[in-house]
Write a protein that binds this ligand. Structure first.
Ligand code: GUN
Ligand code: ZN
Length: 433
């Protein structure tokens, strides 16, 4: 047994979805709290005086009077091979893919290039307080091997998969139904549930897969029911029209995936902007989740995600950055943009709902809520230390805050990587500013 380590600060974490249980029952807050960790797990959380009395006398307690501690952020949709093309100008989805994305992903046949990008990508996630992500690789098997090998260095809880695409993409970036099935299977056998890693079967999106490839993706999911399925859905109007042309027998976009048995409790669909009621209903019925990616949806001009519709149909939702369509690795900045997307629909996104979406909601979307997503005793010690004095503006603005919800909202509006003082994964410090 390693010695107990403890941190004393303001501490907040989510217990449930505020939309379901009401705002106040959705979180727990300690104005002067202590979080205690032993090995990789949280062993105590509560008011400082009370927790300190229960800890071994020799416990080292790090006192952080200017900090707020919360759970590590969870990014439910991101592309690591797009790290170096973030901020590419002037296109909407389908031309953006052809102009910028495919040439960039073409570089990942080279494992040393893939490892270099994976290392920088993970460092960027940790600098931003993100401790778990659901990640697209490229079509190349080596891209996923390089990614998982990079994750093992810091024992991170990460999910990744090799892209499956056999049509409507350049030759240098396509596989075949058989090779995609075989290579995905080999990756599952090697990496799924190895340490804290998980595999996601990853057909890019309906337009770049043949019927045969989607059918084999469904077969794989049936053979390995505890792996993830990760793809894109109804992001852009031209894309939706194209899917209807390519799959004339489908009732709607989601139905293409449904017909190929790709909806499950571990299926995550990025975007889901232009959905009809029956699509929300099927997502709910099958326990599938949507990744809401506001910076990407605004940057590529895709549209406004209807959070109220997802809530109405009780569909699990997490937040995603969707880098490189998204413009920031920061979940704080992602929340900032999510707030504006909801404002444009004459509604409000509360700070507690935002915290929920970026932590416990993401964990629930990924079915990992027994391990990560909040600071419950017994769960893995993945957490972030937010610095209330990260910038002069944060310092002066937060000095006027009246309560924790207002403080959180200010941090979500003004904060970014500068506000992340430190990030811990499984009890180990993996980033210190
Ligand atoms: N749809 C298919 N591929 C992609 C991608 O790489 N990014 C986004 N945002 N949408 C996609
Ligand atoms: Zn994406």
């Amino acid at each position: 047994m390693n010695p107990v380590k403890a941190w004393r600060a303001e501490i907040i974490h989510c217990l449930d979805d505020p939309q379901k249980v009401g705002n106040d029952a959705a979180y727990e807050y300690f104005k002067d709290g202590v979080l205690a960790v032993q090995n990789d797990k949280i062993i105590a959380l509560g008011d400082a005086e009370w927790v300190i009395a229960t800890l071994p006398k020799e416990t080292v307690i790090e006192h952080l009077p200017d900090a707020i501690i919360t759970a590590g952020f969870i990014d439910t949709h991101i592309h690591y091979p797009q790290t170096d093309m973030i901020g590419s100008y002037g296109e909407q989805l389908l031309t953006w893919l052809n102009t910028y994305t495919f040439p960039e992903e073409g570089k990942f046949f080279d494992k040393s290039h893939a490892r270099d990008v994976a290392d920088r990508f993970l460092k960027e996630l940790l600098r931003n307080g993100t401790t778990t992500a659901l990640v697209f690789g490229s079509v190349h098997k080596v891209s996923v091997e390089a990614f998982f090998e990079a994750c093992e260095v810091d024992n991170l809880r990460m999910i990744c998969g090799k892209v499956m695409m056999d049509r409507n993409a350049p030759d240098y970036l396509t596989d075949t139904p058989d090779t995609s099935y075989q290579e995905s299977k080999e990756l599952i056998e090697t990496w799924h549930n190895k340490g804290r890693l998980h595999y996601a079967i990853t057909p890019r999106f309906a337009p770049t897969s043949s019927d045969e490839q989607l059918q084999l993706a469904g077969k794989l999911l049936n053979e390995y029911p505890d792996v993830y399925m990760h793809t894109h859905l109804s992001e852009n109007k031209d894309e939706c029209a194209w899917v209807q042309e390519l799959f004339p027998d489908s009732h709607n976009y989601l139905d293409v995936y449904d017909q190929h048995k790709l909806l499950s409790e571990r299926s995550v669909f990025a975007h889901g902007i232009h959905l009809c009621d029956s699509e929300y209903h099927r997502l709910h019925k099958t326990g599938s989740a949507i990744a809401f990616c506001p910076t990407s949806n605004l940057f590529i001009g895709s549209g406004l995600f209807k959070l109220n519709k997802a809530e109405e149909h009780d569909v699990n939702v997490g937040l995603g950055t969707d880098v490189g369509g998204g413009t920031s690795f920061s979940m704080l900045q992602t929340i900032n943009e999510a707030y504006k997307v909801i404002q444009l629909q004459n509604e409000n996104l509360s700070p507690i709902k935002s915290l929920y979406l970026s932590t416990l909601g993401g964990a629930r979307a990924l079915r990992l809520e027994d391990k990560i997503g909040n600071l419950a005793v017994g769960t893995e010690a993945d957490f972030v230390i937010l610095d209330k004095k990260a910038t002069p503006l944060l310092t002066s603005r937060l000095a006027l805050s009246k309560n924790i919800e207002e403080s959180l909202f200010i941090l979500m509006t003004l904060g970014d990587d500068r506000a992340i003082q430190a990030t811990y994964s499984a009890g180990q410090c993996v980033h210190k500013r």
